[in-house]
Design a protein around this ligand. Structure first.
Ligand code: FUL
Length: 644
């Protein structure tokens, strides 16, 4: 008979060889849809609807479907251009705020079937989803919750219509990788001819949890985006910039500071997320390659440069978020040559950056290793599933790469094994240059799915990563080194063709202050602004006007308005009136309008004037502003008619 003690002494040596168990996950971890989404990193938005033909950013909902008629539509030119630029997916605005459905929908007559394109037999959702398949990238749908066309908007019935539209999209076009619910909501619109303003309670009106349940059922692998998730969160701006740190986790907090129901997240924290959050809710950076989301002829000269696009990649993907780049087709139904050129330059730079991992062939050593399955070399094997880890109680550690020879690099990429959550809190990097250890990157914080940091260009034969603080034992799957190419083109066209010089102009305002006088609106400096508020005089709300004297009479085509550029929406004008005059006494009929989407995307606005305007004086009146009760304006300008 074998005694227990004999059995134990027989098994003990075997236990030493038994595989060390993997670390337990820490707090919020990604679900399968999020894991698949993390693989994509960059994908494209295609904003395309009647706005492409009206020149608007937000259609009112009364656009005649007859205007939607691209002259030379080519889905493969569009999707192929995006795929070549490295985009792993494409999201089409199947319906934007104006309510025009880009597919024949049973829910409305305000759709593509009412347009002359393909004699009403066309279906843009089909075109894009099939082109995506042919080009080997994923397809996603954007369906605006706000519908300025629907007579039912604001009632329960509309929420049913919205769900039905989603059902049509999710049942009819194969698998989708994401469903995009825009956060811009409620306001004035056509609403089936009733015209007027409809406000809804964004947190309760749509009953999101029910809609999400439906999406999960129809498309279980789609990552659901909205300002508040549940899978992907808005990064909080439309400039393509995630914060750093940028935590992939979030802890929803209710208005009273206590725990919140799902979906009630503090929106403004999208940029950084919540350290140690209980929910994996990763960030997405949506940004347009042009100032607006839709194609406008006059923005052909304002397409981002390859260098600028590369910067956006670093600030989004490089901070663990994703890069959702909008590339809007023009009226032909093609990606314009200017955008194609920018994308080609960007992809060339990206390929050069990732042409060689300069950590390849290095010897890796770690201050601590959990066991043979988690050894330090796992950070070099190009496999995201394998990782280096320390024992559970070790939350500070050092990892060192010794290169076969001195190599020149400027960028480091780190990845955590995110199935186990986000664990690293603080790190630094140093390099060995000619035998001396010197600090390289001092202020590392979040890593997550990936962190790409630009350091100064160095030539070194060893690199040391110090994990200074971790919430649980670190699990790193990648530590790689890269060299950023030099001379990436940065030809951002800043001047508007035809824009008049402001020399010799003068300006008066209905109210001005010493700190922010009206002349700041014509000083050519986007950082200074006119503002009807200061500590001495207090504040004056709209209407407030500013009158320009151009010095002499001119033929005018358009007015330019640049909102304050210091990042706050306070007192940004969103409704205006425009008048002009030859002599400063007799004024034209007023032209009134809104600056759509100026809160999320505070770029230069352009107001086209009717034909044959000749004027020396132009009066701009702010009729409405965001949030505060005063008025601000960074710059005002005009485009001459003959140079348009
Ligand atoms: C915003 C919308 O209002 C814009 O028009 C655009 O679609 C952007 C992606 O989201 O909230």
């Amino acid at each position: 008979m074998i005694r227990i003690s004999q059995l134990v002494s027989f098994l003990m040596p075997l236990a030493a060889f038994a595989a060390e168990p993997a670390p337990l996950p820490y707090k919020g971890v990604p679900n399968e849809a999020q894991l698949a989404w993390h693989e994509l990193e960059t994908y494209a938005f295609v904003h395309f609807t009647t706005n492409t033909f009206t020149g608007k950013e937000w259609g009112f909902g009364d656009e005649d479907p007859a205007i939607f008629n691209p002259t030379d539509f080519d889905a493969d030119q569009i999707v192929g251009t995006l795929a070549k630029a490295g985009m792993k997916g494409v999201i089409l605005t199947c319906k934007h705020h104006d309510g025009f459905c880009m597919w024949p929908s049973k829910t409305t007559e305000h759709d593509i079937a009412a347009s002359p394109w393909k004699n009403g037999k066309g279906d843009m959702v089909k075109e894009f989803s099939e082109a995506a398949k042919r080009q080997g990238i994923r397809f996603g749908v954007y369906l605006s919750p706000w519908d300025r066309n629907s007579p039912d908007y604001g009632s329960d019935r509309y929420v049913e219509v919205y769900r039905e539209q989603l059902r049509e999209l999710l049942n009819g076009y194969g698998p989708v990788f994401t469903v995009w619910h825009d956060g811009a909501n409620g306001g004035d619109g056509f609403y089936g001819g009733k015209r007027g303003k409809r406000s809804i309670d964004r947190t309760s009106y749509y009953d999101w949890p029910r809609t999400w349940e439906m999406v999960r059922k129809l498309q279980p692998t789609a990552a659901i985006f909205s300002d508040v998730g549940p899978d992907v969160r808005w990064i909080g701006n439309e400039r393509g910039m995630a914060g750093y740190p940028c935590w992939a986790t979030y802890s929803p907090v209710g208005p009273d500071g206590g725990a919140a129901a799902p979906g009630h997240v503090r929106e403004r924290e999208g940029t950084t997320g919540t350290v140690d959050g209980t929910q994996w809710l990763t960030g997405e950076c949506d940004v347009s390659i042009r100032p607006g989301w839709f194609w406008h002829e006059e923005e052909n000269s304002k397409v981002r440069s390859p260098k600028n696009l590369l910067d956006l990649y670093f600030n989004s993907v490089g901070h663990g978020a994703s890069f959702l780049l909008n590339v809007p087709p023009d009226r032909r139904g093609r990606i314009n040559e200017a955008d194609v050129a920018a994308l080609e330059g960007y992809k060339k730079a990206l390929d050069a950056l990732f042409s060689k991992n300069l950590a390849e062939g290095a010897k890796v050593s770690a201050s601590s290793v959990r066991g043979p399955d988690f050894d330090a070399a796992k950070v070099l094997d190009d496999d995201k599933a394998s990782y280096w880890a320390t024992p559970d109680n070790v939350t500070k550690a050092t990892l060192e790469l010794t290169l076969p020879e001195a190599r020149t690099f400027s960028v480091v990429r780190l990845r955590e094994a995110i199935r186990l959550g986000q664990r690293v809190r603080r790190f630094s990097l140093s390099v060995r240059e000619q035998g001396q250890w010197v600090p390289w990157i001092a202020d590392g914080s979040s890593i997550g799915a990936q962190t790409l940091l630009r350091g100064k260009r160095v030539t070194a034969d060893a690199v040391r990563l110090e994990l200074l603080e971790c919430a649980a034992c670190p699990c790193l799957s990648e530590f790689s080194l890269w060299l950023e190419p030099e001379g990436v083109p940065d030809h951002l066209a800043k001047r508007n063709p035809g824009e008049l010089s402001k020399d010799g102009w003068s300006v008066t305002a209905s109210f001005e202050t010493a700190d922010h006088p009206a002349k700041h609106a014509i000083d050519g400096d986007p950082r200074t602004f006119w503002c009807t508020h200061d500590a001495v005089k207090g504040e004056q709300g709209p209407p407030q006007s500013l009158t320009l004297d151009l010095g002499r009479e001119q033929a005018l085509a358009a007015l330019l308005f640049l909102p304050r550029q210091d990042g706050t929406p306070h007192a940004v004008v969103d409704r205006y009136r425009l008048e002009w005059s030859r002599d400063g006494k007799d004024w034209s009929k007023p032209l009134e309008g809104e600056f759509s989407n100026i809160r999320a995307n505070p770029v230069e606005q352009r107001v086209a004037l009717p034909p044959d305007v000749k004027a020396r004086y132009v009066r701009f009146t702010a009729l409405g502003v965001l949030e505060k009760n005063n008025v601000t304006m960074a710059e005002i300008g005009v485009i001459a008619a003959d140079k348009r």
